[in-house]
Design a protein around this ligand. Structure first.
Ligand code: UDP
Length: 358
């Protein structure tokens, strides 16, 4: 297949603003190329693909970012800025797609989904979030009625937010295992990784570490400064060890030294890349039983699932985390979330989409 991939219209690839989509896109590109497909990526200016993806052609587009939907009201209208990056990426993508088999959209936004109704070339959508916008949810419902194959989701829990989709295509996610080194650090610190934003619930992880008299190591982009400083003020000084946003290689080296990752989603997390990245390093995960992490973590085998928003329950499981065998964490990723497995699932799905247009 010749595939044109549209990136997220929030931040350039490598900025961290696009969250998990950035890593997912890179995994997908390498998986598709390894299977012999050709991939061109349309992405914001300054974007970088991983070194292993040199075979993919990267097209840059300049323009204004979209506002992330999870930080707007559920009933917000669609807003498209002047000199829209999203519109620019779609224009560019459509132009290249004249010589391609399919457009693959990775942005969670209204415009590319609406275009499905008006294009002759197949356009498939990887939906990267739960239902964060009424207008997008309703549009997916409308497009689904005509094109039932064109949507894929990362987890069943995520797809549950779109109950009108009868048999959702679940593609999981993929990780290049070579990029993550197993470490047997049973005595290390506690970690938290993610965008520092309200939907990620950092405060509950700080609570747990603080109860244990420990500093919590926090990696990730501070997306919401006010939220970060509010958390900082509500705990004793120095409760958080801010480690900043690191590249995958640096992050996995540091993360692997930790004895556990605390994952505290307050929203219906579509997947939870950081959960799998921790497991790949041998780090067990204690998470709220909510969204993607509740499908990834094998309770009692690769970590523990606590009752959502129950900090005491979270603390209880963190205290027994050494019972988990770190090798089992890595093995789960090898068996369930490699780049190859992910790319196979995506290709099977895209083949169905293409057939629908013949
Ligand atoms: N991440 C990173 N460096 C950091 C912290 C996080 O590259 O220092 C990446 C991480 O690898 C993951 C992404 O940020 O791919 C977060 O994705 P996740 O699916 O966990 O949440 P999202 O931000 O998409 O809601």
């Amino acid at each position: 297949m010749r595939i044109v991939l549209i990136s997220t219209p929030i931040g350039f690839l490598g900025s961290g603003k696009g969250g998990g989509v950035e890593l997912t896109l890179n995994s997908l590109v390498s998986g598709l190329i390894a299977l012999g497909h050709s991939v061109e990526v349309v992405a914001p200016k300054n974007s970088k693909l991983h070194e292993s993806n040199v075979k993919a052609k990267l097209h840059f587009v300049e323009g204004e970012d979209q506002i992330s939907w999870q930080h707007q009201n559920y009933n917000s209208h669609v807003s498209i800025p002047d000199n829209s990056l999203l519109a620019g990426m779609l224009e560019k993508g459509l132009d290249i797609a004249k010589h391609s088999d399919l457009l693959l959209n990775m942005s969670y936004d209204w415009l590319p989904i609406w275009m499905t109704l008006n294009l002759e070339i197949p356009i498939a959508h990887i939906i990267s979030m739960g239902s964060e916008s009424l207008v997008i949810r309703n549009l997916i419902s409308k497009v689904y009625a005509k094109y039932p194959n064109n949507f894929a989701f990362h987890s069943k829990m995520q797809a549950n937010d779109y109950p009108f989709i009868k048999k959702p295509t679940i593609i999981g996610n993929g990780f290049n295992l070579d990029n993550y080194i197993f470490q047997d650090s049973v005595k290390g610190p506690l970690a938290w990784v993610g965008r520092v934003a309200p939907e990620k619930g950092l405060e509950d992880a700080v609570y747990v570490a603080n109860e244990l008299g420990e500093k919590l190591k926090v990696w990730g982009l501070i997306e919401d400064d006010m939220y970060a400083s509010k958390i900082e003020k509500s705990f004793p000084q120095g409760a958080i060890d801010w480690m900043g946003f690191l590249s995958t290689d640096q992050l996995q080296k540091e993360l692997g030294k930790c004895r556990g990752l605390i994952n505290t989603p307050k929203w219906n997390e579509a997947y939870g890349n950081v959960v799998v990245e921790a497991l790949a390093c041998g780090v067990p995960v204690i998470a709220y039983k909510r969204g993607g992490p509740s499908e990834i973590i094998q309770h009692g085998q690769t970590g523990y699932l606590a009752e959502p928003d129950d900090k005491k329950n979270l603390l209880y499981y963190v205290e027994i985390i050494e019972k988990i065998k770190r090798k089992k964490c890595r093995e789960w990723v090898e068996r369930n979330a490699s780049v190859d497995i992910f790319a196979y699932k995506v290709v099977n799905w895209l083949n169905k989409v293409i057939i629908e247009y013949k």
